[in-house]
Ligand binder design. Structure first.
Ligand SMILES: CC(C)C[C@H](NS(N)(=O)=O)C(=O)O
Ligand SMILES: [Zn+2]
Length: 323
């Protein structure tokens, strides 16, 4: 479990209990399901938030995914905070109610529960990043190099099993990326992808990142100048609200097989990565802010998340275009 100073973070059992409590508290606002199982057989819970969650309504859908990287536990807290805010806040906050009434919001608080549990299993903080799937020489695939767009194309991942950025033996070789892929693919209804926008939460460095990660070019196949402009404009507007630094993903470093590139290229989902607090750190300590930091650092993103949800039905509106 989490050691002293970190017990405010949710382990897998506590995360599951929190989700079940949300269902108890807000049966008319949420529906809890599983996307399927991780490599080691843990359910990957997905919570749907809407004003009629049992019905697939013709409303724009938004997806939040957290904890692709095991040690980035603050992101689980971020997803749970989003859930709490849009359920507990529904009855009293008109802005929250308007967003929940006009969208269907999906939250996946842990994409990589095996890695997250392994990271804390010894009562210490191991600095584990990847999933727990064995490979030919070692253990672990980096889920954020395992997505099937431009997989392994461009030196933005490793083919060495022990590497922190091991891409896996093939695209979508990890059960966890397969399950999220299958869920997103299943949201194509009548030939139209219902999910319009997505944030994948990571730590750390306080950045807002947008595609593509596989190339330094601002535009590339499937991403034209208008779309790059919309990505950047919304990214900068959100960064002005949370104080993160906005940039194209590849400005940080080249990544191939990342979730953002797949979400955009395959489904035209306006997909961002938020790298949370801290801005900087030495060694592993950047991944492990004490639990006293959680409340401030999750709430810091409230207005950026609200702006994101507001544009989610048509992100190009941010540059004066229509959908
Ligand atoms: C989303 C990309 C560009 C950055 C991310 N950084 S992290 N969260 O692994 O430190 C990663 O390397 O996957
Ligand atoms: Zn990460």
């Amino acid at each position: 479990d989490f050691p002293s100073g970190y017990t405010g973070y949710h382990n897998y059992a506590e995360m599951t209990a929190e989700l079940n409590q949300t269902v108890t508290d807000h049966p008319n606002l949420v529906r809890l399901s599983s996307l399927g199982n991780s490599y080691q057989g843990r359910a990957l819970p997905a919570l749907k938030i809407s004003n009629n969650p049992a019905v697939d309504q013709a409303k724009p859908e938004v997806l939040f995914t957290c904890n692709q990287h095991a040690r980035e536990h603050l992101t689980v807290e971020m997803c749970l905070h989003i859930i709490k805010r849009f359920t507990d806040g529904y009855a009293t906050n008109s802005a929250i109610k308007a967003l929940v009434d006009s969208r269907e919001i999906w939250v996946v608080p842990s994409v990589n529960p095996d890695g997250a549990e392994y990271d804390i299993a010894a009562g210490t903080l191991r600095g584990w990043r990847k999933n727990r799937q064995p490979n030919s020489t070692s253990t672990g695939t980096d889920p954020n190099r395992n997505w099937g767009y431009q997989w392994g194309c461009c030196g933005g991942s490793s083919g060495t099993g022990s590497s922190e950025t091991y891409r896996g033996p093939s695209a979508f070789s990890a059960p966890e990326t397969q399950r999220v892929r299958d869920f997103v693919n299943s949201r194509v209804v009548g030939g139209v992808q219902q999910i319009k926008a997505h944030i994948d939460w990571h730590t750390y460095s306080e950045l807002i990142l947008w595609p593509y990660g596989y190339t330094y070019n601002d535009t590339a196949t499937g991403l034209n100048a208008d779309q790059a402009n919309a990505f950047g404009t919304l990214g900068r507007q959100m960064a002005a609200l949370n104080g993160y630094t906005p940039q194209q993903s590849s400005d940080l470093y080249i990544t191939d097989g990342s979730v953002n590139d797949w979400m955009w290229a395959t489904h035209k989902i306006w997909s961002y990565t938020f790298e949370m607090y801290p801005k900087s750190g030495t060694g592993l300590n950047g991944f492990y802010p004490r639990d006293t930091q959680i409340a401030t650092q999750v709430a810091r993103n409230n207005t950026a998340v609200d702006l994101f949800l507001g544009y989610a039905d048509c992100v190009p509106r941010v540059i004066g275009q229509t959908c």
